[in-house]
Design a protein around this ligand. Sequence first.
Ligand SMILES: [Zn+2]
Ligand SMILES: [Zn+2]
Length: 150
Amino acid sequence: MSDIATIQGACRCGQVTFALSARPVVTMACHCVGCQKMSASAFSLSALFPVESFKVTSGEPVIGGLHGEARHYFCPHCMSRLFTRPAGVDAFINVRSTLLDHPEQYAPLMETWTAEKLPWVTTGATRSFPGLPDPQDYPGLMEEYARRSA
Ligand SMILES: [Zn+2]
Ligand SMILES: [Zn+2]
């Protein structure tokens, strides 16, 4: 554990900051229409972390997006989309990787919802799923990510 430096993240305005004490377990790009709208771009980029490694260090994130079962948290001031607590997933938190220091380190291993992808988009991800991966795909994806980032 002691060799893992804390990863810092912040929203656009800096009111909300957060820290992670573990490495991501997997990184991804999501092409779903919801991500296209919420990111005001072609896709969203995120990194999945063990939830216990995550801590908000300043500011008070608020719920945004659809206010549905998946809880999307935003900065109350600059409205940056920060992180998601996916519905039914308690062990992991999905953090927008472009908010992290050194976002270039979190190239997406996989891409999801390619069925809704804008036709001219490429992400460099090496694993593609038309929707979400099956739950049983995750151990293999995490293993591959750990191997690749070792
Ligand atoms: Zn902000
Ligand atoms: Zn999405």
